[in-house]
Design a protein around this ligand. Structure first.
Ligand SMILES: NC(=O)c1ccc[n+]([C@@H]2O[C@H](COP(=O)([O-])OP(=O)(O)OC[C@H]3O[C@@H](n4cnc5c(N)ncnc54)[C@H](O)[C@@H]3O)[C@@H](O)[C@H]2O)c1
Ligand SMILES: [Zn+2]
Length: 678
């Protein structure tokens, strides 16, 4: 794809690639939340490399070939590595492996009779970690970060059983480098537990290992089944050995786990044979691997070879190809995520891909189904590339005559309407207050610091109460007291702690209205927007009335600080009957205080006023602003909750309705007097 590019186009593309790859590096390494598959990522890196080979003068300082990983931005303390932690260059074919060996030989100017011994071992898919020992004691554990600066995870690595706290007979300073990883079985069990407790679901074992190690709270790390294996070293005060093989044996003798598939090879043939052996064993290994690492065995040669930019010249990662297979798409199911996102999952006629039976694929979103033209019954080509969840890469049928798949417009979990925001691909359930899929997240948010702030009602208790069937929607929190005696009998609960929790809940029966509104978890309604809304509407009831009224979208968008996106989210939320019922239920338990705006209090504060007919001395907008300044709210329609109607000439049905309901009606002049007197 690069052949037709001229230098200007290549420069352009290289700039784009640098930005794009940096973005995915951040998502993957720093945020532990990759958005594309490893195969797609590797393709970008490869394109970058090929372009740079053709246009070496265009290599950018910020090119992905010159840097690695991502600068850590999380809450963990930063550590500068005594020796940089490097990446490894990739190869995908046997030819590239042969070329690597030839390159090493050329660099070292070896004669035809001199052999280059190489080691070969699996490349475990985890995250690299550096362990520093001084006088035999573990003093520092660090992640790789951007290679120069990583994160201090010392308390966390101390919780990993594979990692010795003390070692005997080691050099005074020894930095052991290796991989922190999670076994396939532990990963599956962890995700099951996370699912049950409503916690984060991890995409793959690497992701789970990274997310578990990079925790501010080492108790979380301790609860996660992490493993470690050593494959190298950083700073050492005395050389460990003369060869890679002996150095690794020394690490093993010091008490570090090393790979039992580690061998020494005497040439390309032996390396490739070991690669094939590991590839065959791959599916049965208890952990994920994504390739085989070759290293020059002689350490004096490693030193001579040195490094280029981001990787040593003496090592190569021979990656496994992405595995593909063909099968039939038997059904498309919809899963609802914790924040209400509907994700389509393809159910397949089970098929073996690289030794693993695959029955499910993620289809990402509605657009992806359309892009692939997927219909139930289609033949599809799927790919598995280091990811546990495979993807559809091609639709082999593309039968336009059969009915297209209709993406649901209701949530399969709770039956609420499912909508997508303007211009967004994701479709979401709007039944936030009752949807079982969103229950944990909603309740957690409702009681969180910025919302109702109920002390002692943490994630663990919420998960426990959901499990017990005590919590369905926020109103149930205020009915927990009916379970007091049962709760006291449960493990981990003493009367004191139960009564303390119940008292904390009782104390929130008349919450601040903005915190309450924010706590409902309406999309895009943060605490500031909640205040803006209440400043205008005074009470949740008034807001709800407007949001369900005829001109809701227009009236809501007109509020200061509220735009069309927030307005749409409010309409969606209040439009959903399930939410309205849950809210009524909640309001039967709690009564939010009236909103106290910083504007002055008048007898009109919190009242609802309707303007109708034509006004002569002021515009309708001006009248509304005046009402808001008095702390009142201008509504578009008359109801029993209307406190005042200001009617000008030509007033019609609204005036009539006001009279029927007995609402006070005044003329424009009287209104002007009220404004002036206030
Ligand atoms: N999906 C995405 O968005 C995304 C983004 C960035 C990176 N990635 C993936 O991450 C990888 C690139 O990251 P990278 O630069 O860290 O390279 P890498 O992780 O592929 O290779 C280098 C690392 O391999 C590890 N390793 C495992 N076993 C080893 C062994 N036996 N000997 C030596 N080292 C061993 C080391 O920790 C080393 O840091 C690619 O596989 C890429 O697909 C994916
Ligand atoms: Zn739902």
């Amino acid at each position: 794809m690069t052949t037709e590019l001229d230098a200007a186009q290549a420069a352009n593309r290289l700039m784009r690639l640098a930005k794009l790859i940096a973005k995915h590096d951040r998502l993957y390494h720093d945020r532990d939340a990759p958005e594309i598959s490893d195969a797609d990522y590797d393709a970008l890196v490869r394109e970058n490399r090929e372009l740079e080979e053709r246009f070496p003068h265009l290599i950018r300082a910020d090119s992905p070939s010159q840097r690695l990983g991502a600068v850590p931005t999380g809450p963990l303390a930063k550590v500068t590595h005594a020796r940089p932690m490097l990446s490894i260059d990739n190869a995908f074919s046997n030819e590239e492996v042969a070329e690597f060996v030839a390159r090493v030989r050329r660099f070292l100017s070896l004669g035809p009779d001199e052999a280059v011994a190489m080691t070969a071992e699996p490349k475990i898919d985890g995250l690299s970690c550096s362990l520093r020992y001084e006088q035999g004691r573990l003093v520092l554990g660090a992640t790789r970060g951007d290679g120069a600066v990583g994160e201090d995870v010392t308390p966390n690595v101390r919780t990993i059983a594979d990692i010795p706290q003390e070692i005997a007979g080691a050099p005074d300073v020894l930095e052991v480098r290796g991989e922190v990883y999670m076994s396939k079985a532990d990963f599956a069990a962890l995700n099951e537990r996370q699912e049950a407790s409503g916690g984060k679901i991890f995409a793959n074992p690497r992701n789970a290992a990274a997310g578990s190690l990079r925790q501010k709270d080492s108790k979380i790390t301790e609860a996660r089944p992490l493993r470690f294996f050593a494959h190298g070293w950083g700073e050492v005060s005395d050389p460990l050995a003369e060869t890679q093989l002996l150095a690794v044996e020394r690490l093993k003798a010091l008490g570090f786990p090393v790979s039992d598939l580690f061998v020494k090879c005497d040439g390309v043939e032996a390396m490739l044979a070991h690669y094939r052996k590991i590839e065959t064993a791959r599916a049965d290994l208890p952990y994920d691997i994504d390739g085989v690492v070759y290293k020059v065995d002689r350490l004096d040669w490693q030193a001579r070879l040195g490094q280029v930019a981001r990787a040593p010249r003496w090592a190569l990662a021979h990656k496994f190809p992405a595995e593909k297979a063909e099968t039939t798409l038997e059904a498309i199911d919809i899963q609802v995520g914790r924040t209400g996102k509907l994700t389509p999952v393809g159910r397949l006629k089970p098929v073996g891909v690289g030794g693993v039976m695959v029955a499910n694929v993620t289809l990402h979103n509605r657009d992806e189904i359309e892009r692939l033209g997927l219909r139930v019954g289609d033949r599809v080509r799927i790919q598995r590339a280091g990811d546990v969840i495979p993807q559809v890469v091609e639709n082999l049928t593309r039968d336009e005559k059969r009915a297209a798949y209709a993406f649901p417009d209701h949530c399969p979990e709770c039956g609420s309407e499912a909508v997508s925001e303007d211009g967004e691909v994701d479709v979401r359930c709007t039944g936030g207050l009752i949807c079982p899929a969103q229950r944990f997240e909603r309740l957690r948010h409702f009681v969180s610091r910025g919302a109702l702030d109920i002390e002692g009602l943490g994630e663990k208790s919420i998960a426990e109460f959901i499990e017990l069937g005590w919590l369905h929607s926020p109103a149930d929190i205020f009915r927990l007291r009916t379970h007091r005696d049962e709760l006291v009998g449960r493990e981990g609960w003493k009367d004191v702690s139960v009564d303390k929790l119940l008292a904390a809940i009782e104390a929130k029966r008349d919450p601040d209205p903005a915190r309450f509104l924010f706590g409902l978890g309406i999309r895009h309604v943060g605490i500031v927007t909640a205040k803006d809304l209440l400043r205008c509407f005074g009470t949740i009831e008034n807001l709800r009335e407007t949001a369900t009224g005829e001109s809701a979208q227009a009236e809501l968008s007109a509020v200061d600080g509220v735009g069309p996106v927030v307005a749409e989210a409010l309409v969606d939320f209040f439009h959903e009957e399930h939410n309205r019922e849950a809210l009524d239920d909640l309001l039967s338990e709690v009564s939010p205080k009236p909103f106290e705006s910083s504007a002055k209090q008048t007898e009109w504060t919190g009242k609802t006023i309707v303007f109708t007919g034509s006004l002569e001395t002021m515009s309708r907008d001006e009248a509304k602003t005046q009402a808001e300044r008095l702390g009142a709210r201008a509504a578009g329609s008359v109801s029993a909750k209307t406190d005042l109607v200001v009617a000008g000439p030509g007033a019609g049905s609204k005036l009539k309705k006001a009279e029927e309901l007995g609402v006070r009606v005044i003329g424009e002049a009287d209104w002007a007097k009220i404004v002036a007197d206030a």
